[in-house]
Write a protein that binds this ligand. Structure first.
Ligand SMILES: *Cc1c(COP(=O)(O)O)cnc(C)c1O
Length: 229
């Protein structure tokens, strides 16, 4: 099998997993979007993934992403920034991404809001929540969600879309299910306060079924699409 055939097979397999998880949960497969996490992958691999039908790509390092975005400028792709954000990088992030999933403090909201070109489409924002309260992890504590959401709402150049979380890497399935379940509760509350919110980004290669069971509307998948990193 050539590489692009292997990639197409993995894309089919991931779509099948999403469809099955939706079926088990009584949800429509169209309710769950697939974000291809392309960190560490080459521009050629992303091009092949686009040919296989993927349209959304997630990157966690600005410099690495920039080089690939330049090479793929001719393709109509949606770029998501999913990595920790240093404040000296916000201008470049605001200029070259369609979504930022890892917003976790007011200073970053303010900088993105001021730096996003007002003539451009609003930057779609997810608030990253440190759902397992890990000391070294990015993400805001759950009790900060409301305040950060209100801050995003003050900038016409930003569009609040929802929440993102990465549970602790050493969780077992039961702990992941509980973490995703807590996120579902926070998402419900956020939607109540900000009715335009529509995105709950959770679930990766190893745990997308549990995330979909708990209400994920966007899974972020790297390894299961591109192979081991
Ligand atoms: C790397 C990464 C993923 C994808 O992880 P896989 O296990 O390869 O699917 C998802 N979300 C974030 C934020 C990541 O950094």
């Amino acid at each position: 099998m050539c590489d692009s055939e292997a990639l197409r097979a993995r894309v089919r397999s991931v779509r099948h997993r999403i469809a099955e998880a939706c079926r088990s949960a009584g949800r429509a497969p169209a309710d769950v979007r697939l974000l291809a996490v392309s960190k560490t992958r080459s521009a050629a691999e992303i091009r092949a993934a686009a040919t296989a039908g993927l349209t959304r790509f997630g990157e966690n390092h600005l410099d690495e992403a920039g080089a690939k975005q330049a090479e793929l400028a001719g393709l109509a792709l949606e770029w998501h920034f999913i990595g920790p954000i240093q404040s000296n990088k916000t201008r470049a992030i605001a200029a070259s991404f369609d979504w930022v999933q890892s917003v976790d403090r007011t200073r970053i909201v303010r900088r993105l809001g001021e730096q996003r070109d007002p003539e451009a489409a609003p930057l779609n924002v997810l608030l990253q929540v440190n759902i397992d309260r890990e000391p070294q992890k990015s993400g805001c504590p759950p009790e900060k969600i409301a305040e950060l959401a209100d801050a995003v709402g003050r900038y016409p150049s930003l569009m609040l879309r929802g929440l993102m979380a990465i549970p602790a890497a050493d969780n077992d399935d039961a702990q992941n299910r509980a973490a995703f379940g807590r996120m579902r509760g926070h998402f419900k509350q956020l939607r109540h306060d900000h009715p335009a919110v529509d995105t709950l980004s959770m679930g990766m290669s190893a745990d997308l079924e549990i995330a979909i069971e708990q209400g994920s509307t966007m899974v972020r998948v790297g390894t299961a699409l591109f192979g081991p990193r």
